[in-house]
Each structure stands twice: as structure tokens, then as C-alpha cells.
Ligand binder design. Sequence first.
Ligand code: SAH
Ligand code: SF4
Ligand code: F3S
Length: 458
Amino acid sequence: MKTFYIETFGCQMNAHDSEKVVGTLLREGYSQVPDEADAGLILYNTCSIRDKAEQKVFHRLNEYKKMQGEGKKFAVLGCVAQQEGNKIFERAPYVSLVAGSSSYRNLPDMLARLEAGETRITGLDDRQTDETFDTEFTARTNPHRGYITIIEGCDKFCSYCVVPYTRGKERSRTSASVLAEAQRISHSGFTEIQLLGQNVNSYADPSGKRTFAELLAAVGEVQGIQRVRFTTSHPRDFTRDIVDVIDAVPTLCDHVHLPVQSGSTDVLRAMQREYTREWYLERIAWTKAAKRDISLTSDIIVGFPGETDRDFEDTITLLDHVGYDAIYGFKYSPRPNTPAIHMHDSIPEEIKIERLAILNARQREIQRTNYARHLGHTMPIMVEHGANSRGQITGRSTQNKTVNFTCETTPAIGSYIDVRITQIFPSSLVGEAASASVAPSPALLAQQALNARFSAAQ
Ligand code: SAH
Ligand code: SF4
Ligand code: F3S
């Protein structure tokens, strides 16, 4: 029997790639096992966005070394695979397959070669391909949210970032294929869809039929779909019609993740983001002018080479101005192949740590004020987890906020329920059920039963 075990690190794109890789393996006659010791093939889907992530990979590969023998095979996938290529074989000779995400469409062929005994198989497309990895065989592991990659790769080349080198060039799927997948997802019972791309709004329909905003509307109108999310949006390609379509189509969630990276135009220039603070704030103003209360979140890098106290202060004043509902802050990490690696990493580690702490403390204060706007309001929540030890059920608002609430009955995962907000915390809301839950469709329950069997087998 052909068995495999898979480990995944990195962003949502990587997590969803693994769902597709697992689907492909199952289709090729493999079965998934819960324990790596029992697996004939161990796959490791890697991330190299910051140095720490990459170090983790090599640490893990050293652990694999001890598992050699017993005919076990090892495959390294994802961003470190693409970045390091053949060098992985030198550092870890027991690895037989190294493949970046732009070669996954060739996985069946690579697996056949692996089974035939080849030990140096590579899939390293390195910005060559225009093809995307579309497969009907996706092992969906999230019990209530169906992911669809609509655009792969990145052509933006921010000076600090590995992604353009690890994920190949920007290439979109046709809107017809995205809609067909949305319908399949809906038929299998999911009511929530999340569209994915490193820059999801740089979407360019190869058939020329739909803009990104039109695609959002069309997915939002697929029968049975109640919530549509999309991530990540890039400010450079953020157009006003995206705000208009969120206002017009109720199933589109009122949340935009629009990473700014820095509030200083000088730093943005050095980062090659190709927008200024003012350009970014104009897009924020459009979003704030919407009829709906659209929640805004962001990614921020502190300690980029040359970032002065004044530049950092510009980031803090930008936080105050925008009033994000959440941010993900990172210390700048020099990365191979990127233009910024040639800049002197001038900000000492202790200053990076200090700036990150100031950033996070300021943001916590902002959230405390921001979240108060929800007090006393009743909002629809999708149930994500059953009751914890304190009897609280966890769900999510359309703004993507975590809501912990009490309820007399036990609502099913994936059902919707109105919750009245009674208390706020810096990064979550607390409330009580104000209605009976709307049960998930029988199709979703069937899908969840399938997923449960699937994860039991993992
Ligand atoms: N395509 C998205 C984000 C991709 S990576 C965008 O452009 O916004 C996710 C986040 O990791 C980035 O937004 C950035 O904040 C962070 N990041 C990327 N490279 C980094 C580096 N070298 N050091 C620190 N953070 C980094
Ligand atoms: Fe990286 Fe910039 Fe591309 Fe985002 S847009 S993935 S930060 S290069
Ligand atoms: Fe990491 Fe690659 Fe995603 S570097 S963040 S897994 S695109």
C-alpha cells in the first residue's frame, strides 16, 4: 500500500496547495496516515518568507535524517524547495523530490518517477510557466470554508520579498473555471468561500470576461454561498469598484486585508511598493466611504534598512489614521535573491524588537477603541468550534472577528447564528446567542462527516 504523511508551513496559499497535493496523492492511489513513522512518503510543504521559517525547514530535514531506511522517501515542496532547488539534495541526500508550487501540475508524473526508483527528481519552474495548478481532486480539510486559488505567483518584486522568486510569475485562472469550482464547493455543502492569491486583486481573467470586482460579484451570487472572502489585496491594484461591489453584494464579507508595510513614503520607495502614503490613504478613504462598515487589516514590516525614528513614527501615525481592526507586524528579515539583501541591514535587532513592541501596543489600544463600536450590536456569526471548557462557542463575524458566545443549544459547526455582543477584548468579541441557529445544509454535514473520516485517517 502506498502511504504518505504531509506537513505544511507558511501562508494560506501553501495550506490550500497542500489540500490540492493531498487530493492528487489520493487520486494516485496513496492513502494518508496519521503518523509519519507509518508513511512510505513524507512530504514537507515549506515557507521561506522570513529567515526563521527557512531555518525551521533545515532543522526538520535533519530530523528526517534519523527516519531514513525502511524504504522511506522524502519530498520537499513549496517556497524553500523552489528557492534552494538542487542544493537541498546536497544538504539532505535522503530527499528524492524537490518541487516548487509552479510545478505541482506535474505531480502525477513526478510521483510515477519516484515510484520507479528515481532519487533526484526536481520540479523547479522558476517563473517559466503560465499554467496554474487546477484540480478537481482537492482534499478540503477546513470543515466550513472552501478555498479557491484564483491567481498564482507575483510580479510585484517588493525589494524585501522572496515570493516572486519562489512562486513564479503572476497567472490567473479563467473566471469560468473559478465559477465552476465555486459551484462545486457550494454543491458539496460549503456556504463560505475564500478566494486566494498573493495579490488576489491583481487578478486578470485570461478570457477577458470579468474584472476582479465582477468575479467577486459572480462568486457572491453562486447559489447557496453566504460568505465570500478574498485575500491578499495589493494597494497598487486596489480599484474603487471593489468597494462598490462589497456595498452591492451582501454575501461579500465586509473585510479588506490591505497590507501597507510602512507609513513612510521614503521607506515604501526603498521597499519598491510603488505607492506613497497618500496613494494608500486614498484607497482607505474609498473603503471608509462605503455604506457598509468595512473592516480593514494590514501587514507591517518594522526595521527595514534605513528606517529612521521619523519613518517609524509615520507608521504609527498611519495606524492612528486608519484605525485597523488587526495588523500582522514583522521584523524585517533579509532574504536571499531579493534586492534588499544588498542593502545594509542597518537597524539593530534590539531596535527592531522595540519598534515591533511599540507597534503592537499602539495597535492593541486602537482595537480596544475600535471594537467598542460593536457593543450591544447583534451580528450573524458562523460557528467554527464547539463549546470550550468555559462553555463558550467560537465563531466568526463577516468582518473576520473572532466571537466567543454562550448559547442554550449546541449549534452545529458551519451553522449561522445571531449573537448580541456584550463584552469586548483587544482581539475578540464576547456575546450571547440572540436567535436559534440556522442549521447547515445536509450537504455540509455530509461533507463534514467525510472530512472527519479524512482527518481521522491523517
Ligand atoms: N502579497 C502580500 C503579502 C505576502 S507575504 C502583500 O504584498 O501584501 C506576507 C507578509 O510577510 C508581507 O505582507 C510582509 O509584511 C511580510 N514579509 C514579506 N517578506 C518579509 C521579509 N523579508 N521580512 C519581514 N517580513 C516580510
Ligand atoms: Fe511579496 Fe510584494 Fe509580491 Fe506581496 S506583492 S508577495 S510582498 S513581492
Ligand atoms: Fe511562505 Fe511561500 Fe507563502 S514563502 S508565506 S509559503 S508564498
